[in-house]
Every structure is written in structure tokens, then in C-alpha cells.
Write a new protein. Sequence first.
Length: 313
Amino acid sequence: MVLVTLRIILMYSILFMCCGPVSKEKNSSKDTVSSMVSGSNKSIKRVFDYNFEIPSETFVLESKLGEISSLGYSSEDNAFITNNDEMGYIFTLDPNTFRITAKTKFAKKGDYESIEKVGQHIIVGKNTGKLYFYDKTMEETQHFSTALSAKNDVEGLCYEEKSNALLLACKGYPLAATTRKNNEKCVYKFDLTKKELVVDPFITITDDELKSFVSSLFADESKSKLKKIKNRVKNFSPSGIAIHPLHGDYYIISAKGALLVIINKNKELRDVVFLNNKTNPQPEGICFDKENNLYISTEGQGFSGKIFKFNYN
């Protein structure tokens, strides 16, 4: 009996020296998981700041926002702003209930797809690339045309403070292309000081890059599942963009494929997240609040529009 006890003690001593103390606690959601990229020594590090499997809260929107097509946040007012596709209204939403607290006419009807607040202006983007600046103080709207058009199909809009520019995410063709090159999707900058578009793409993402990335990221999956994953990223079409307030990463949502592509501040692919396409049938709006919590809005497709909140871990 003494000999058995000594053997057990010796075994646990060796285990402790090799592996450290054994903990029953689950890994923190911020733990880093690395997977080797096929054919290289580079590793992909995934940092899980949000639990995308289960939203922290889900908000069912009023019927006026059944076709919610954008989402923005104003830290000064602690309120969310949005617009409904085809309507020339800005809606202000309560940060706790997401009920409509104000409705403001800024322009006539049109295909409005994106929204952002910069200073005293609420900026709404049209799919044609035209930008509408609504001055809250003067209650007036100015609009600025860009080199972009309906062919480029501008769907996403956010503000980058360090360059004092708007980022415009396009679902359609690149600016100078007559045909898609490897199904390229581009993000362009609109200089707010000069009030003009920078014609060279700020970010370019191709299908080939995404397929190669997820092939490495999900290398352990079955061939059939990997094929489905590749098909989903093949449909990547930006419908919203936001900048993480802490990391500076670019979060680009896609209604097609119901996925989220995360690009780091060096403009390298950092992660691809596949959202539940049943609960997120058409995600088109994305933003962060002042506490780094993430919000994604989806059109109802015949049902109520929704906003999902993902708490920052």
C-alpha cells in the first residue's frame, strides 16, 4: 500500500513539473488559439473577444425598421442611429431598448445603405456613392458626389478618426474595373478635409485570399464541411464596416454568406467568423459602443428586423 502511494505521488510530481498545475477552470475567452498555415511556418492567432455563438442580448425592432440597412453609434448622445432602406429618414434608437426615440427627415426617398455620426453631422451613404451630411444644429442637409456609382454599390460606411476620413465598403465592382478581378471587394477612403474620394483602394479583399485563409483556419474540418465554408466566403460582399475602438481592427460584415471578416490595422486578414444565417438572414449594420461591445443588425426578410449585442469579454 505504501509503495502504491509513493508511485502515485511520484507520478503527479512529474506531471506538475512538465505541465504545471492542473486547473478545472475553462480557458478565458481571450485565450489565443494558433493553427499552422499549410506550407509555411506562419501561424494564425485567433483572439476571441466576442462569443458569436450566443448574443448577449437580442432586440426585436419596430415595423418601421423591418428593412434596417445600417447601424451607427453616437458616444456623445449615447444613442444609436439607423435608417430604413428606401426611406429618407434618420432614426434615433434608445441604447437600452432600441425603440425609436426620434425620426428625422434628411432627404427624399432613395437607396440609403449606411450611416455614421461625425461631430455635428450624421452622414448617410447611398448605394451610388453619394454622401448626405445632415447638420443636426442647422437642420440642413448637404450632399457630396464621389467617383463611385451604383456599379460599385456602396453598402458600408464608418469614420476613421486618425485620418479624418470615411471608409466606404463596396459590395459591387472595384472602382476602375469593368469586370471583377478574382471577385475583388474594395474599401475606399473619403477625405473629410478635402471632401473628396481617394481613388486607390484602401483595402482590397479577394475570394482567393479568403478561401486560402479559411482552408488553413479550418484545416481539421472534413472535406465536405470545408467545401461549404469555402462556398460561404466565395459570396463575400461587404454590407457594413466598423473599426474596433480598442484594437483598431476593421470589422467588415457581409449579408451574403452571413459572415464577418476581421482585418488588422496592418490590413492583414486576422479572422473570419461565420454567423448563424438563420438568425442573421441579412446582416447589414455593424458598430461598437463606448465599452467596446459589438452590435450587428439584420433585416427581417418578411419578419421583424433585429439587433444583436455581443458583449466585449
